[in-house]
Design a protein around this ligand. Structure first.
Ligand code: ATP
Length: 304
């Protein structure tokens, strides 16, 4: 069963999905579309339900309510067929540290039934994508954190999946290594691989995702291309005002009275959508709005 959405086929389609753990509702009526050939970012604070959503897509968890389709297969009934065409890079590194880079890839090529004739090429291709060809004989426990992450992604690509699921692909990595991973993911995206990526790094979502779905408390609070989300919720320009807590409270109240949206950032307040409102906007530093403004506005989370 395929769903046509705005003229494209959806690699993933969720409708009204609910997942409960006892009294906690981790996913609460989620709708999600991932059109083929696009990269969608699930962005949300800790506990928003991103990892649970990823687990539902691999049928590691079973939804209590709602419909899930992956590559045209219904879950959980047809999860085996769906999984055969998905690449999954989990948040927790589960590489076999006693094996070499190449051996890890080979094991996965068996698991995913890559034909004997194609196996060598598939492994070489994965090594090339991850830029690990010269480390093929290195045992995984001798690799750096960034190399392990690249291998984790390469391993998920061995069987040329139609869909790639990346759960927090750069979590815990230093900024320079994160940039390397972004380049890798961007190259996959440019090749037309369909990607669903969860992240709590706003910059990661802004840079890599064609469409971002912002999650809070298990539900989608907004979805769209990053630039469109920013324009819709935060306008084009913000004024940043610094001062004492009393002054910030005053500015916030005045902004609300004048019909502006505003958000706090520790020692400052940003009054949003002030373009063309010179007389009514407070004095302060002008700057372009960004996805972080939207995130804070909609999730109520402060960025450290
Ligand atoms: P993080 O970035 O911290 O992983 P997340 O957005 O991925 O956050 P989830 O891990 O999906 O969020 O968790 C959503 C909610 O469900 C949280 O309140 C979490 O404590 C709860 N939860 C997740 N898995 C389980 C489980 N197996 N048992 C009980 N509660 C769970």
């Amino acid at each position: 069963m395929r769903d046509w959405h705005a003229g494209t086929v959806n690699a993933i389609r969720l409708r009204g999905v609910v997942k409960r753990y006892g009294s906690i509702t981790a996913v609460n009526g989620l709708d999600l579309d991932v059109p083929e050939g696009t990269c969608v970012g699930l962005l949300g604070p800790n506990g928003a339900g991103k990892s649970t959503t990823m687990r539902l897509l691999t049928a590691q968890s079973i939804a209590d309510e709602g419909e899930i389709e992956v590559l045209g297969f219904r879950l959980p009934e047809e999860s085996k067929q769906a999984r055969a065409q998905c690449g999954v890079a989990p948040q927790l590194d589960n590489l076999d540290v006693t094996l070499t880079v190449e051996q890890n890839l080979r094991v996965f090529s068996y698991l995913y039934r890559v034909g004997r004739a194609e196996r060598r090429d598939a492994i070489e291709r994965a090594l090339g994508i991850a830029n690990l060809a010269d480390r093929r004989d290195t045992r995984v426990d001798k690799l750096s954190g960034g190399m392990r992450r690249r291998l984790l992604i390469a391993r998920s690509l061995v069987h040329r999946p139609r869909l790639l699921l990346l759960d927090e692909p750069t979590v815990g990595l230093d900024p320079q290594v994160r940039q390397e991973l972004w380049a890798l993911i961007d190259a996959l995206r440019a090749e037309g691989t369909t990607i669903l990526m969860s992240t709590h790094y706003i910059e990661e979502a802004q840079r890599l995702a064609d469409t971002v779905l912002i999650m809070a408390h298990g539900s989608a609070v907004a979805a769209g291309p990053p630039a469109a989300l920013v324009a819709e919720h935060a306008g084009l320009e913000a004024v940043e005002v610094y001062g004492s807590p009393e002054k910030l409270a005053e500015v916030e109240a005045a902004a609300a009275a004048a019909g502006f949206r505003a958000r706090r950032t520790g020692t400052s307040i940003s009054v949003l959508g002030v373009e063309g409102a010179d007389g009514r906007a407070p004095a302060g530093e002008r700057r372009p709005t960004n996805l972080e403004d939207v995130f804070v506005l909609l999730t109520g989370e402060e960025i450290a």
